[in-house]
Design a protein around this ligand. Structure first.
Ligand SMILES: C[S@@+](CC[C@H](N)C(=O)[O-])C[C@H]1O[C@@H](n2cnc3c(N)ncnc32)[C@H](O)[C@@H]1O
Length: 218
């Protein structure tokens, strides 16, 4: 999947993945991490998610990474912040009120960028990537994350043949296969959500489940 795909989606305002409200699973399950309120949280492929603000509201310094400058600027503007902007070789760094978003490619992040990060919130990040990119995504995440970091992962699963992603289907078997050797995996919930998603019914889905996992890196 090319970067242009996402940049064009933001440019054309085709952002059906964006939720105006804070994600209900984040609110319901975040306490499972038992994270100190001052621990930093990383949000990969963050878009302009309202979840960034919610996490900051819990006290966490928040670090996001997002390809689209339109998304990053919209996040700060729509939340009433005037961010400081710094340019580095790989990223434009926007920062206000303890929320820092690096505008650039997730795959350019290094270990130094993740210093102090204790947890990751992955909603619509791993499932935004096609299967062949996911392995690379997980490998890179594992390469850069500090030891013992936790990941709250929200996934979609459906019969992939019924619809083209994104979002791409991500089964429990694949989550297990990708993380088994590197993390303790807890399935916190698995919920049938087809009835609440008419836009996916219209696209032909006969089954749609969301799953929430808590991964603790070994
Ligand atoms: C499906 S959206 C989800 C956004 C956000 N997590 C949310 O819940 O609203 C995926 C986002 O990832 C961004 N993205 C895709 N590939 C990326 C990459 N390699 N590095 C950084 N951001 C990327 C896209 O621009 C898009 O905003």
């Amino acid at each position: 999947m090319k970067k242009e795909f996402w940049l064009e989606r933001w440019a054309r305002e085709e952002t059906g993945f964006h939720e105006n409200e804070v994600n209900a699973y984040l609110i319901q399950f975040w306490h499972e991490l038992r994270l100190a309120h001052d621990s930093a949280v990383f949000v990969p492929l963050c878009g302009k998610s309202a979840d960034l603000q919610w996490l900051r509201g819990q006290g966490h310094p928040v670090l996001g990474i997002e390809l689209s400058g339109i998304a990053v600027q919209a996040f700060f503007r729509e939340n009433g912040y005037l961010p400081k902007v710094l340019h580095s070789e790989k990223f434009e760094c926007y920062e206000a009120n303890g929320i820092r978003i690096l505008c650039g490619d997730f795959f350019d992040l290094g270990r130094d960028d993740m210093a102090g990060v204790k947890a990751v919130y992955d909603r619509a990040a791993m499932v935004a990537l096609p299967p062949e990119m996911r392995e690379r995504y997980v490998k890179h995440l594992l390469d850069i994350l500090p030891h013992a970091a936790q990941i709250l992962l929200v996934t979609f699963d459906y019969p992939q043949a019924e619809m083209q992603g994104p979002p791409f289907a991500l089964s429990a078997e694949e989550v297990t296969a990708l993380y088994r050797e590197h993390a303790e995996i807890r399935l916190l919930a698995q919920i049938d959500v087809l009835a609440q998603n008419p836009r996916f019914q219209k696209r032909g889905l006969t089954r749609l489940q969301e799953s929430i996992y808590l991964l603790t890196l070994l």
